[in-house]
Design a protein around this ligand. Structure first.
Ligand SMILES: CC(C)(COP(=O)(O)OP(=O)(O)OC[C@H]1O[C@@H](n2cnc3c(N)ncnc32)[C@H](O)[C@@H]1OP(=O)(O)O)[C@@H](O)C(=O)NCCC(=O)NCCS
Length: 110
């Protein structure tokens, strides 16, 4: 996990009394795509809009890197039950009909 976070392109962290209480980590190309990796708000800090703040801060950062008329696509994998939260941030579930299916593979487990 530490290695994965260190190698994220961009990480934002919320600290409280010098302790990291929330983080969001991204892979992105500063052009067309950003992909959300870990997004975690400490249990006792959840439900206080910290997640919303971290996400909006990230999105504003991404927008700030775009040149005029560029468009960016932000992708994520919602944990089961979190879809409502991401809808509140403006995300839509991609439908197979419109965009084709998301696909993945874990090498060695097939
Ligand atoms: C998901 C997570 C990042 C949200 O962060 P948070 O700081 O708790 O969320 P916020 O306080 O900003 O919530 C904002 C709004 O989304 C709603 N919301 C939060 N989680 C939700 C869920 N699972 N389903 C529907 N709505 C949800 C909140 O009720 C709130 O709505 P309101 O303003 O109408 O009250 C956080 O709960 C978390 O870390 N969970 C465990 C790890 C995890 O699942 N991470 C995501 C991996 S995909």
């Amino acid at each position: 996990m530490n290695l994965a976070i260190r190698n994220s392109i961009k990480s934002f962290i919320v600290r409280y009394k010098n302790r990291a209480v929330a983080t969001i980590n991204w892979l992105g190309d500063y052009g067309m795509h950003w992909f959300m990796k870990e997004f975690i708000v400490g249990r006792e800090f959840q439900g206080q809009m910290i997640g919303t703040f971290l996400y909006r801060f990230s999105e504003n950062f991404m927008k700030s890197t775009l040149k005029e008329n560029w468009k960016v696509c932000i992708d994520l994998r919602a944990s089961k039950g979190q879809e409502g939260f991401y809808r509140s941030l403006g995300f839509q579930i991609v439908s197979e009909k419109e965009t084709g299916s998301g696909m993945e593979k874990m090498p060695g487990e097939e």
